[in-house]
Ligand binder design. Structure first.
Ligand code: C2E
Ligand code: CA
Ligand code: CA
Ligand code: CA
Length: 274
């Protein structure tokens, strides 16, 4: 840290040091956790347009910490992204999810990739190896990327996405509408589906413009042949609205939270016999 001559910056030094130390600790613990089997994939159901058929799931990472219990990704993904661990973590979750979801015929699988993963030049090959190892059908796999990856327009990222597509995977643009998302990306990066950020879903019935935006995004997506998933669906009112505008898929606590594989299987069975 630098001094500004009045000492005001110095006040933050201890806090910054503590933060650096905490990150180092999490980093060390996390790399051990990957080897100890403390890292798990949870699965959140994705429903079709009727709101009752399970069409897919999203794999979401959880850390079953021996002392701290269930740790959510918000606490360690940023640390993993700053260290070199994120790709190890994401490939671990991908392998775990493919191995598990292989036994769920007809159910799509969404997995999250961090922009940092695309710094690995062999990312597409690593993913291909995991698909081969687990025998998972690439056409059932949807990789979720964020617009942060796309803003730079890096040729390497574009070429990796093209290789994934060529293997039969679908590409979803996550958190759509939360940042600089532009409909231009959809064509340029040949996006197959959009996930509307939950801030829009949750404003249905709260603010006047959120529903209009969703309606507009669904229309444009349909015109471009792209499918739309609404995230963060929590209420019947939101479901009713999303159905009325023809949203293709829905995900949220109204249907089910992210859950361990066995619970997800039970969930699918229950929906099936409803
Ligand atoms: P995301 O990809 O946008 O995932 C959706 C998040 O919204 C999940 O949080 C999920 O639990 C939460 N959610 C689902 N339905 C609802 C709802 O109805 N209401 C509310 N309030 N929240 C809902 P989670 O599991 O804590 O994950 C947070 C973020 O961490 C994810 O956001 C994603 O960006 C990242 N993440 C999770 N797993 C992975 C992973 O394996 N790899 C990478 N790179 N990132 C991951
Ligand atoms: Ca996601
Ligand atoms: Ca999202
Ligand atoms: Ca996110």
């Amino acid at each position: 840290a630098k001094a500004d001559g009045r000492g005001s910056v110095r006040l933050f030094e201890p806090a910054m040091e503590a933060e650096v130390r905490r990150r180092r600790e999490v980093e060390l613990e996390l790399s051990a956790a990957l080897e100890n089997g403390e890292i798990r994939a949870y699965f959140q159901p994705q429903m079709g347009a009727d709101g009752t058929t399970v069409v897919g799931c999203e794999a979401l990472v959880r850390w079953l910490h021996p002392r701290r219990g269930l740790v959510s990704p918000g606490e360690f993904i940023p640390v993993a992204e700053h260290s070199g661990l994120i790709t190890l973590l994401d490939m671990y979750v991908l392998r775990e999810a493919c191995r598990t979801a292989r036994a769920w015929p007809g159910i799509k699988l969404g997995v999250n990739l961090s922009p940092a993963d695309f710094l690995s030049h062999d990312l597409a090959e690593r993913i291909a190896a995991i698909l081969a190892e687990t025998g998972f059908d690439p056409s059932r796999l949807e990789v979720e990327i964020t617009e942060n990856l796309l803003v730079g327009n890096q040729p390497e990222a574009i070429s990796i996405l093209a290789r994934l597509r060529a293997m039969g995977m679908r590409i979803a643009l996550d958190d759509f509408g939360s940042g600089y998302s532009s409909l231009g990306y959809i064509r340029r990066f040949r996006i197959d589906s959009l996930k509307i950020d939950r801030s829009f879903t949750q404003n249905i019935g709260q603010t006047d413009d959120a529903p209009a935006i969703i309606d507009c995004v669904v229309r444009l997506a349909r015109a471009l042949g792209v499918s739309v998933t609404a995230e963060g669906v929590e209420t019947r009112e939101q479901l009713r609205y999303l159905k009325s505008v023809g949203c293709h898929n829905m995900q949220g606590f109204l249907f089910g939270p992210p859950m361990p594989a066995a619970d997800f299987e039970a969930f699918v069975r229950r929906q099936g016999s409803a």
